[in-house]
Design a protein around this ligand. Structure first.
Ligand code: FAD
Ligand code: SAM
Length: 611
């Protein structure tokens, strides 16, 4: 199994900042160095803000990405956010991108302690805390719309984190804060390889500021493309380094680009998540749906659940599953009428699932996993099994959730439009439809999110028929959260309790079949050791399930010569996977940093199936 470039054995491993507090300020045990000094706000202006000429660039640039090595307690970030906050309304930059890397992340309580020492940072600090809840390591996309900031916070070793940004021009940085500990105590933060990556990840004329003036740091920065000046340092430091990357004509300049207009094909969870992300990146969005209402394909099941069957290893798959799950949970929480944050329950473990249960408990993440003994399971849920509750996540109403994601002034939805093909190049992409006159508008990019409609692009997609059965009689159990074993039972909606689901290779007839529903009921009775009794009537719904040969979704460019992207093959986890993968595709189009690592991006790249 390929491993992810990560410091961590699995996405749930925790590494905290290891500090002692001296006069209310943190001091690192491991590196025997302080994080910052008492007049840190002045120092940050002197060492990072001024050398990067940020106040001028906030008012003259149209986009800007800051890259920081050493998030620490977020002080550099809060000072930047405060200065940007005073200027953002007059700026041409819609959203400031800030990428920050650290091997360890602080707790909320620690950040609060730091903010108390710097009252001017209280407002931005508290707003940040309202959005800060790192459930896993590696990459976090944190949206801070009140500040017009998109923060990509990466918990990883700096060298690995930078390596995981290589290969995408939208990941290029315009201004660097190099803020490790003293280089003599923290070699890994200033290694030659790391500075080589900084050079590769710098946009044209990218600038940097750092407190150190160590000779080997200066020489490496020069070697990897920067003009470096040694300047008077702050406070009792004799010198500091500042500099600028020499112009490289082969490089994409992340500063000059316009707001794209995009078309999305399909309005299921893939299409509507893409529309939501794109609108929030400031794009104008047209969504074309074949059906006469939105989300009328697979995303029209009456109810669906998140699926937290995580993997406790260091594979790209494990990281993708964890990152996308928590991202979706946070996003859907904005729509409480459509998303019920009930948590989810696992029960009735077979041998394979018992190993899984043990691997989850071994993570010792009591903030995510709660073991429930048999007596409590019987008393609380009427189930004769041990249980594992996953505290985050829940169930949702697919069609209305998709509709809510599409409800944005920059999103236009066109139903009854059956997409035919895309023609044109560059920002001149045109669409044709088999049942409508051609659309005269041109687009910078097109995202195909049409479920099984992706087959012409990826003929090896795996399609099956999946069926749910709805039980209409009151039952011996009435769970208030989804219960998973082999198959699942969902909370009753309007008096109907849905159980799922079948996997049928024959998908040409999408009629729900009575026999399959009966089989599903019997299987669920066996797996959950229950009897549903005689049913008055059984409701039944069947949909197409689309997956890929390697079981990973597809997200990324479908064409090497046109700006055509694809999102699909979401298998049985569409509602967990779609939001983060949409944000990834949209970030490429809008030239914002990716919210997933290059290793994850490669594992979902559609090109792996296109010859
Ligand atoms: C029985 C069953 C139960 C499931 N339960 C869950 C669950 O509990 N949790 C979970 O996370 N996942 C679940 N899934 C999987 C999940 O439903 C899918 O992964 C997800 O809905 C796929 O979304 P999508 O947007 O890719 O495709 P779709 O929802 O199918 O959306 C594609 C849209 O594109 C439109 N379209 C197609 N061709 C064209 C064209 N040429 N022009 C214009 N529009 C077009 C379609 O009309 C459709 O609206 C389940 C799947 C099945 C089958
Ligand atoms: C001086 S502190 C940064 C202070 C921070 N900028 C702030 O505003 O609070 C240096 C940081 O570098 C991090 N660090 C040290 N070695 C690292 C490595 N190899 N990879 C990633 N982070 C590292 C430490 O965890 C620490 O948070």
């Amino acid at each position: 199994m390929p491993s992810h470039h990560s410091l961590f054995n699995n996405p749930f491993e925790v590494k905290d900042q290891d500090v002692r507090w001296v006069d209310g300020l943190p001091h690192s045990f491991a590196y025997d160095d302080r994080f910052f000094q008492a007049d840190a706000v002045k120092e940050i202006r002197n060492v990072f803000i001024e050398p990067n000429d940020l106040e001028k660039r906030f008012s003259t640039s149209s986009r800007l990405t800051i890259g920081e090595l050493g998030f620490g307690f977020g002080l550099n970030f809060f000072v930047t956010a405060m200065i940007w906050g005073d200027m953002k309304d007059a700026s041409n930059i819609d959203t400031l991108d800030y990428i920050s890397i650290d091997e360890a992340l602080p707790t909320k309580a620690e950040i609060l302690m730091v903010i108390q020492q710097f009252p001017e940072l209280q407002e931005v600090g508290e707003y940040f805390l309202s959005q800060y809840l790192p459930m896993h390591n590696d990459m976090h996309r944190i949206h801070l719309p009140k500040l017009n900031i998109r923060l990509t916070l990466i918990q990883n070793d700096a060298e690995l984190a930078l390596k995981n940004l290589l290969g995408f021009s939208n990941n290029l940085v315009d201004a660097w804060y190099l803020d490790g500990f003293d280089p003599s105590k923290n070699q890994a933060m200033w290694s030659s390889v790391l500075i080589q990556y900084i050079g590769m990840l710098s946009a044209n004329e990218a600038t940097f500021g750092t407190f150190t003036s160590a000779g080997f740091v200066k020489r490496n920065l020069q070697k990897f493309g920067f003009q470096v000046s040694k300047m008077q340092g702050f406070g009792n430091k004799r010198h500091k380094l500042i500099g600028k990357k020499r112009r490289d004509h082969s490089l994409f300049n992340s500063i000059d680009s316009v707001k794209p207009s995009i078309a999305i094909i399909g309005s299921g969870i893939a299409g509507s998540s893409c529309a939501f992300s794109a609108a929030n990146h400031g794009m104008s969005v047209d969504v074309f749906e074949y059906g006469s209402e939105v989300a009328c394909g697979t995303s029209s099941n009456p109810v669906a659940a998140m699926y937290p069957r995580f993997s406790a290893n260091n594979s790209p798959y494990a990281h993708l599953i964890a990152q996308s799950y928590f991202y979706a949970d946070k996003l859907y929480a904005n729509f409480p009428a459509q998303y019920k944050r009930s948590g989810l329950l696992f029960s009735h473990f077979n041998q394979y699932q018992t190993e899984w249960l043990e691997s989850m408990l071994a993570l010792k993440r009591n903030d995510i996993f709660q073991f429930i003994d048999e007596t409590t399971m019987q008393q609380k849920f009427g189930l004769s099994s041990r249980g594992l509750k996953v505290l985050q996540g829940g169930y949702l109403f697919p069609q209305t959730l998709c509709q809510s994601l599409l409800d944005h002034p920059s999103v236009n939805v066109f139903t009854d439009h059956c997409f035919g093909e895309v023609t044109g190049k560059g920002s001149n992409l045109k669409l044709s439809f088999s049942n409508q006159p051609g659309n005269l508008k041109t687009y910078d990019a097109v995202i195909i999110a049409s479920g099984a409609g992706l087959l012409p692009f990826i003929p090896t997609l795996k399609i099956s028929k999946g069926q749910l059965a709805g039980l209409t009689r009151p039952q011996v159990i009435a769970p208030n959260l989804p219960v998973n074993s082999e198959g699942y039972i969902l909370p009753a909606i309007n008096g109907v309790m849905w159980i799922g689901s079948t996997h049928d290779k024959d998908f040409l007839n999408l009629e729900a079949s009575k026999e399959s529903a009966q089989e599903l009921i019997s299987r669920t009775e066996r797996n959950f050791n229950l009897s549903f009794g005689t049913q008055d009537s059984i409701m039944s719904e069947a949909r197409l399930r689309v997956g890929s040969k390697d079981r990973l979704p597809i997200a990324g460019k479908l064409s090497t010569s046109q700006n055509i992207y694809g999102l699909g093959a979401l298998g049985s986890r569409g509602f967990s996977l779609a939001p983060l993968l949409s944000e990834y595709i949209v970030s490429q189009i809008s030239h914002a940093p990716n919210p997933i690592s290059t290793a994850l991006a490669l594992s979902v790249n559609p090109q792996r199936f296109i010859s």
